[in-house]
Structure formats: C-alpha cells, structure tokens
Design a protein around this ligand. Structure first.
Ligand code: NAD
Length: 307
C-alpha cells in the first residue's frame, strides 16, 4: 500500500480529508477533535475537511450544536483561540448521504452503534464509495476487528481508533492492530492520534482491547452491588472516587458512556471472553429497556436536568 500523503501546509497529518460515520456521543467528539487539530495546524477549508455522516438529520444538528458549544466553552476558558474555533467550524460539515460524506476521503472513522452487522454493512458501503487509497478505522469499544475486516476490500488499510468520551478532552486513543493491518496504516493511525494531541497506545485485536475489558468489569460489578443493596449509587461511586481516586465513579461513568453502549459491550465480551464475568446484570437490561440510557436520555443511575 502507499502511505497517505500529507499536505505541505500540514506536515504532521497523514490524513486531511476525514469522514466520521455516526454523529452520536463519540462521532461528534471525534469530528470536533479532528477538525480542531486540522484547523490549529493551519488547515483551511480548502486543504482539509471533516464530514460527519449520520442517517438521522436531527442527530447531525444536535452534533453540530454540541461541537459549537464545546468549542465556545474552550474559548471561554482560554484553552483555545476564537480563530481556532472558527477554523474548526469552517472545516466541519455534515451529510446524510454516505457517498457524499466519503467522497475524496483519506480516512473514514466509523462510530455507529456496537452491532457487528450494522458496522459491516456501513463499512462495505463506505468502501464502495470512497477512494481505493482510503484508510478505514473503527471506534468500536469491544468488537474484535477480525469480525469486521472481511467487509472491506483491503485488510491492510483497516485498524481500530478507539477514542474516549468526551473525545475533545480525553487523551487516550487505543490504536488496534488487527492481524492484517499494514505497517503504513498503523504508523499513520498512531501519527494521526498524536497530531490530534492524543496519547496513542497500540493494542492487539482482542475483544475489549486494553480499556473496555478492565473498565467494564468495574462497571458491571458496581451495578450488581446496587442490585444487592450494598450501598446507594452515589455511595458506590464515592467509594471509587474518594477511596481509589478515580475521577468519576463507575455508575456515573456508565451514565456518561451510555447504558445501551455498555450493555452492547458486555454482550460482546460475554460472547468473546467469558459468559460469567461479563454477564450483563438484570438491572442494566431493565434500565435500557425503559429508555434510561444515562446522560443522553436525561436519566440512568442518576437524573440529569436539561443542559
Ligand atoms: P450513539 O448511540 O451515541 O451514536 C450512534 C450514532 O450512530 C447515532 O447518531 C445514530 O443515529 C447513528 N447511526 C445509527 N445507524 C447508522 C447508520 N447506518 N449510518 C450512520 N449513522 C448511524 O453511540 P456512541 O456512544 O457514539 O457509540 C458509537 C461507537 O463508539 C460504538 O461502537 C461504541 O461502542 C463506541 N464507543 C463508545 C464510547 C462511549 O463512551 N459512548 C466510548 C468509546 C467507544
């Protein structure tokens, strides 16, 4: 494969035209961080672009509103300049048409719900419309890449780019190296994570990678403790935040991630690693069935006010 070529004005970026598929919790954050990195390194709307794609136009409108609000908050806190914010917004666009979103893309990052068939179908459709030189990455939290790769025409151009929520703040990116990921793809993915100001770690293609596998155990055990009445949600969280200096307790973190997302990850890891260790607790299933998905729906283990 040929290494993606960087524009002379952006010497550190292996990718200049990026499509992000799925504009939810993660997709809008990835688009924000990519557009800001490109704009901050001097990328203009002519030289660089980030297109956020979703089948739901309402999700796209919400995503742009969230990105704008988060960029504004960055300016208000003195973390970034008004011109960097404006540059990022100029680079960012949205589309509900997949072929339009991936047209001319050199990197496609998929961030749709944690379902193997959905991801496979979308990756295949995106590859059919994208340039043959395009690199594809998945933001999956738990699905082994070997289950997705055959949807793509070139396995050497596929890797994992697992970002963390909220993406514009969290430093970690797991770069997942599948069996056939090419060296040039891996190097470009690591370089792009660094270009975005992130700290990449390279992880082998095992379900749950390095982060979700450990984080989920704590989250599931906290839910089981709540079911058993060991303590209140707030006190279980306090035990971890004060006792172990975690920045956030496991139940509050589950609300932030999304209870539906955590359930999907638990189901994948129960299937792939151990059906007992990763068995989703009944309470998690009940809350998801009731539409209590955490912050994004206004209620999970805690209630959240509008805004
Ligand atoms: P989400 O439910 O917030 O957003 C998913 C988005 O995908 C929605 O806007 C939905 O409209 C869109 N979508 C659904 N089908 C689509 C299709 N066919 N084409 C285009 N868009 C489609 O989900 P999320 O939390 O952003 O999770 C996305 C991925 O990122 C999952 O694989 C998840 O495991 C992973 N992830 C999540 C977190 C987290 O904290 N939430 C962290 C790391 C990784």
């Amino acid at each position: 494969m040929t290494q993606p070529v960087a524009d002379a004005s952006l010497p550190n970026s292996p990718f200049l035209r990026i499509a992000v598929l799925g504009a939810g919790t993660m997709g809008h954050g990835i688009a924000h961080a990519a557009a800001l990195a490109l704009a901050s390194h001097g990328g203009s709307a002519n030289a660089a672009s980030v297109c956020l794609f979703d089948i739901d136009a309402v999700a796209l409108a919400r995503a742009i509103a969230n990105v704008s609000a988060n960029l504004d908050a960055g300016v208000a806190r003195g973390k970034l300049s008004a011109s960097a914010r404006d540059g990022a917004l100029a680079i960012l666009r949205t589309s509900t048409v997949l072929a339009d979103a991936v047209h001319g893309a050199d990197l496609v990052i998929e961030a749709v719900p944690e379902r193997v068939e959905l991801k496979r179908q979308l990756l295949a459709a995106a590859a059919a419309a994208a340039p043959t030189t395009c690199v594809f990455a998945t933001n999956t939290s738990s699905i082994p890449l070997r289950k997705l790769v055959s949807a793509l025409p070139d396995a050497t151009r596929f890797c994992g780019l697992h970002f963390f929520n909220p993406v514009h703040i969290q430093k970690l990116v797991e770069v997942v190296q599948a069996a056939d990921t090419g060296v040039a793809t891996l190097d470009a993915a690591v370089a792009f994570a660094r270009f975005m100001g992130k700290e990449p770690i390279v992880v082998r293609d095992v379900a749950g990678f390095a982060s979700s596998r450990l984080g989920l155990i704590l989250g599931l055990e906290a839910i089981r403790m709540l079911e058993e009445g060991v303590a209140s949600a707030a006190d279980i969280d306090k035990a971890m935040s004060l006792g172990y200096r975690h920045p956030m307790g496991p139940l509050a973190l589950t609300d932030l991630i999304g209870l539906d997302v955590r359930l999907a990850i638990a189901e994948t890891l129960a299937l792939e690693i151990d059906p007992v260790r990763f068995a989703p607790p009944a309470l998690l299933r009940e809350l998801v069935a009731a539409g209590k998905l955490g912050r994004k729906s206004g209620e999970g283990f805690y209630r959240y006010d509008e805004g």
